[in-house]
Design a protein around this ligand. Structure first.
Ligand code: CAA
Length: 257
């Protein structure tokens, strides 16, 4: 596909996707979702990519869903726009490899929702987070009403969505919406170090842990724990697990290859 909005770089087991529509602060439109789904189609079967980083070009991560596209919609089109975005973000959330949002600037509305569909968020000091939909007389449409409370708790989600206030990276860190705040100029360096660290961890244990955490949150606790025990048992047929434990006992670094 000839990408117009996404810039994709894949090197050293890490894929970096930069959303590049800076004239509209990287607002998410239908073309973005088509391109992003195409990218996921290519990425999902790949065994050589162990982590994905998503960032934005210019002063925004993503300033929301594209208001210029939404302004012309009727209710059926609004529903389709919402479900297309939701399905895409669900797909991103469940992809096997870990996904890091490198939040370089505004992450508003659909941008905050995209960041929340990533596994965790590292933010530049300049980043700003918010669900400002109320200012447009609308509600969020890419599952902020569900993910924000799961990530930050009910009070913070209700506060952010009902006030439409934008919060700083430091406040986002305080409520658990981001995991780390960096100097703007070192954001990508720190994110790439983190991605490389995860990509270098015992290969099968990373996707299995992600799947258990992601799927377990909407399962009954006992059932989710039982699923963990089944996966825990399966590891003992795995060379990587044996190598990890042997290396510890032999006081050396594990060789995952
Ligand atoms: N959709 C479409 N275009 C957008 C946009 C968006 N979400 N956000 C910014 N832009 C465009 C602006 O219209 C402007 O275009 P022009 O130069 O052609 O006029 C350009 O990007 C630059 O924006 P500003 O001039 O406004 O930049 P600023 O630095 O003064 O302000 C901002 C930055 C505070 C982020 C401001 O742009 C803003 O408030 N944007 C809208 C944020 C928003 O409401 N997001 C939620 C959208 S609804 C949603 O996301 C629903 C959902 O959950 C699915």
């Amino acid at each position: 596909m000839n990408y117009q909005i996404l810039k994709i770089q894949i090197a050293d087991r890490i894929a970096v996707v930069t959303i590049s529509r800076p004239a509209a602060l990287n607002a998410l439109n239908t073309d973005f979702f088509k391109e992003f789904n195409h990218f996921l189609d290519d990425l999902e079967p790949r065994q050589d990519v162990k982590a994905l980083v998503i960032t934005g070009e210019g002063k925004a991560f993503v300033a929301g869903a594209d208001i210029a596209e939404m302004v012309h919609m009727n209710s059926d089109e609004g529903y389709a726009f919402s479900t297309f975005g939701q399905r895409t973000f669900d797909r991103l959330e469940l992809i096997k490899i870990p996904v890091i949002a490198a939040v370089n600037g505004y992450a508003l509305g659909g941008g905050c929702e995209l960041a929340m569909a990533c596994d965790f968020r590292i933010a530049s000091k300049l980043a700003k987070f918010g669900q400002p939909e109320m200012n447009l007389g609308m509600i969020p449409g890419y599952a902020a009403t569900q993910r924000l409370s799961r990530i930050t708790g009910l009070g913070n989600a209700l506060y952010m969505i009902l006030t439409a206030d934008t919060i700083s990276a430091e406040d986002a860190l305080r409520i658990g919406l981001v995991q780390k705040v960096t100097e703007p100029e070192s954001l990508m360096e720190e994110v790439m170090k983190l991605a490389a660290k995860i990509a270098g961890n015992g290969s099968q244990a990373v996707p299995v842990s992600k799947k258990l955490i992601r799927e377990g949150i909407s399962m009954d606790f006992q059932k989710a724990s039982e699923t963990e025990a089944i996966e825990f048992g399966k590891q003992f047929d795995n060379e990587a697990t044996k190598e990890g434990m042997k290396a510890f006992l032999e006081k050396r670094k594990p060789n995952w290859n």
